[in-house]
Design a protein around this ligand. Structure first.
Ligand code: SAM
Length: 188
């Protein structure tokens, strides 16, 4: 079986309380345990896993593993209303790390075009996670909460295979279109 990286949302319900289009299931406390037990994620010898928004369900994560800090403000946080950081859990026993990339509201380092999803991640973060979590080139990457398909785009750019799942039909369409456009761009 190929190596798998799972990326999920926070399950904290914040988008239900904003003017943004709410994320499905964001108001349900997320429990990663069924997913982790299905793949028998227990140690650093298991399939590499990275779970985004992990501080929102930290009590339901295995005691082993490490947190990665995604620093979204790169030092500019105190003056802004946006979240400065997000925490990602991994079963890889690397040193605790920080990924710094400005990503707050419409200020998005390296991004072109409109925001596609209220919780869209930078492609660069996903590509960095593949390396950091030692997801091998050519391996399968699973994102069961694919949103706008960022993980799929990162797979295409970095030479991994992608399996995505997405409950919201609108997001699913956005993800498919985005991945197809990236494929066409890379294979003119
Ligand atoms: C945090 S967002 C992912 C954002 C994504 N990383 C991106 O860059 O666009 C989580 C997604 O999971 C979807 N979702 C929620 N519950 C789901 C379920 N049971 N199965 C599949 N997708 C689900 C939501 O519709 C939402 O788009």
């Amino acid at each position: 079986m190929g190596l798998i990286l799972c990326i999920v949302g926070g399950g904290h319900g914040l988008t239900q309380k904003t003017h943004c289009k709410p994320i499905l299931n964001d108001d349900v406390p997320y429990d990663p345990r069924p997913l982790l037990s299905f793949f028998e994620i227990t140690s650093s010898h298991s399939i590499p896993v990275a779970l985004c928004g992990a501080d929102h369900y930290k009590t339901r994560l295995p005691e082993t593993g490490r947190f990665i800090c995604f620093d979204k403000s790169c030092g500019g946080g105190a003056a802004s209303n946006f979240c400065d950081a997000e925490f990602i859990w991994t079963n890889r026993k690397n040193a605790r790390s920080i990924f710094r990339w400005v990503w707050q509201g419409c200020v998005r380092q390296g991004a072109t075009g409109n925001r596609l999803h209220v919780s869209e991640k930078p492609v660069e973060l996903m590509a960095w996670l593949f390396e950091h979590c030692r997801v091998k080139l050519g391996s399968n990457v699973l994102d069961p909460y694919a949103g706008s398909g960022t993980t799929g785009v990162a797979c295409l750019r970095t030479g991994r295979r992608f399996i995505g799942m997405e409950l919201c039909p609108d997001n699913f369409e956005i993800a498919c279109k985005r991945i197809e456009e990236e494929w066409a761009r890379l294979n003119p």
